[in-house]
Design a protein around this ligand. Structure first.
Ligand code: BES
Ligand code: MN
Ligand code: ZN
Length: 520
């Protein structure tokens, strides 16, 4: 991650100078005006000549702006903030993201953020940090001149303490996003259920309590659906259970006094999805390394919550398996018994994510009786048909929870669009020989029938002994939401705060939702 600092306004002696400019700001002020004066008015003239107006997304680079012999930046990058009256944290972040590629060949950059409130200076820094992400572990032959050189960004602000205070938790969230992106970017021969579980264990350093379940435990718990998916692979499945006691804990995340109901996050962690015996076509199959992006988001989220010492009790569970064809693989037609006791006829072995989530959701409810439960999964190609790459599909049995997630998405550039649930869809997963089948009749509404499948494991998640407990038999309502992130986990084009590749979608969204509603 970029080294981000907040400093008192002063003209930099070298490196890049970034100038965030609002559209109707009426000329340059503060540092920018000082610089313009030092450069003999060259800055204003250059911006006018480039027709730079400060519009959103607009940027303009001025090279070697200083007169001979004068100390100063080697380039100035003006970036548009849009209308001053509409200036928001999202706009500041997007401008920071847009600025980053223009300055990454300099070792240092200074941002003249002295004209904006300190929280927006921090948001601008967030955009630069997030856009500056790179996954380069496996490059060995990159030429020096192609490597980004930017190491340090100093934001000049009128209030250094306020900007620093705003940045500290944002930095922890950015670390969580980076962790999620790293996990998603790893190739599937490196990241398998076991090595992914190791990465979960690393969160212990942050004060997260981590347990890993293996196939033995899963067998004992009756997780036939999870084990059915796993059985075709030589890589054993794992379930990670991560607990952060930020509300009831003693300040370092360790449980101190009895805990109230936690908020629960569940992720699909299919480290590679070949489809199994219902094998996928070869074209684009390599993309299926990102079929663990829901799990990565949960891990990144737990790291973010712990990293910023969030005052919340949260649990994160990730079901990690590899979906492979083999002589021992699950067949279309198999019937498996889930932890809930419900049986599933496996019509298509490529609809494996819902099988994994079903057992992890039951385990979560049985063990934690959560106050709310949100799952994230690259669950269906159908959600991409419906929403493209612009929104994640949001399914929920609870209007309030759905509204909270939607609102959090608007503030974090992780947009969600609510999709319907209903009996007419549920009927489509009835089986002739078992309690349900794992796919609907046809391809239509495929992301909805997948969500219906999951909903069958919300409430009544446990066996008879759990009747009456929250989530035990549907007697008490358990707010649940499912995010289908198949279209948003990966981007093939650069976005303001996301270079192309793994997005880390879900970390910022759910961190924001927790901050707004679940921290006491
Ligand atoms: N992991 C896929 C869904 C997916 C597709 C994610 C494309 C990202 C991009 C999931 O396991 C899957 O294969 N779903 C099937 C379901 C079908 C068999 C009912 C699908 O979407 O085709
Ligand atoms: Mn699949
Ligand atoms: Zn899958």
């Amino acid at each position: 991650m970029l080294d981000i600092a907040f400093v008192k306004p002063a003209l930099p002696r070298g490196g890049a100078l970034v100038l965030p400019v609002a559209e109707d700001s009426g000329g340059l002020g503060g540092l920018a005006a000082d610089l313009d004066a030092a450069a003999g008015g060259a800055l204003k003239r250059a911006l006018a000549a480039a027709e730079f107006k400060g519009r959103k997304g607009q940027s303009c680079t001025i090279w070697a702006p200083m007169p001979d012999g004068a100390a100063g930046p080697s380039r100035i990058v003006a970036v548009g903030l849009g209308k001053a009256s509409e200036l928001s944290a999202e706009a500041a972040e997007a401008a920071g993201g847009a600025a980053l590629p223009q300055v990454r060949s300099e070792r240092e950059a200074t941002v003249a953020a002295d004209g904006m409130p300190p929280e927006l200076a921090a948001a601008f820094a967030m955009g630069m940090a997030l856009r500056g992400y790179r996954f380069h572990r496996y490059r060995t032959q990159e030429k020096d001149e192609d490597k980004p050189k930017l190491e340090r960004v100093s934001l000049a602000t009128g209030s250094v303490p306020d900007a620093k205070a705003a940045w500290a938790p944002m930095r922890a969230v950015a670390e969580g996003v980076f962790l999620a992106r790293d996990l998603v970017s790893e190739p599937p021969n490196v990241l398998n259920p076991e090595t992914m579980a190791d990465r979960c264990r690393d969160l212990e350093k942050l004060g997260v309590q981590v347990e890993i379940l293996g196939p033995k435990e899963m067998k004992k718990l009756g997780m036939g659906a999870m084990l059915g998916v796993a059985q075709g692979s030589v890589n054993e499945p794992r379930i990670a259970v991560m607990q952060w006691f930020g509300a009831s804990g003693n300040g370092n995340g360790k449980k101190a006094k009895p805990q109230g109901k936690p908020v629960a996050f569940i992720g699909k962690g299919v480290t590679f999805d070949t489809g199994g015996i219902s094998i996928k076509p070869a074209g684009g199959m390599e993309d299926m390394k990102f079929d663990m992006a829901g799990g990565a988001a949960v891990i990144g989220l737990m790291a973010a919550l712990a990293g910023r010492r969030a005052k919340v009790d949260a649990v994160g569970l990730v079901g990690m398996v590899e979906n492979m064809p083999s002589g021992n693989a699950q067949r279309p037609g198999d019937v498996v018994k889930t932890m809930s006791g419900k049986t599933v006829e496996v019509i298509n072995t490529d609809a494996e994510g819902r099988l994994v989530l079903a057992d992890v959701m039951s385990y979560c409810q049985d063990r934690f009786q959560p106050a709310a439960m949100v799952d994230l999964a690259t669950l269906t190609g159908a959600i991409i048909v419906a929403l493209g790459h612009e929104h994640a599909g949001l399914f929920s049995n609870d209007d309030e929870l759905a509204a909270r997630i939607t609102a959090a998405g608007k503030g974090t550039a992780e947009a969600c669009w609510r999709m319907p649930l209903g009996d007419a869809y549920d009927k489509q997963i009835r089986s002739d020989i078992a309690d349900m089948k794992n796919v609907g009749g046809g391809r239509q509404g495929g992301s909805i029938t997948a969500a219906q499948f999951l909903q069958r494991f919300v409430g009544g998640g446990g066996k008879d002994k759990d009747k009456g407990k929250n989530g035990g038999d549907g007697q008490q309502h358990l707010p649940w939401a499912h995010l289908d992130i198949a279209g948003t986990a990966w981007t093939t084009k650069d976005l303001p705060s996301v270079p192309k590749g793994a997005t880390g979608f879900g970390v910022r969204l759910l961190d924001r939702m927790v901050a707004a509603h679940y921290e006491g």
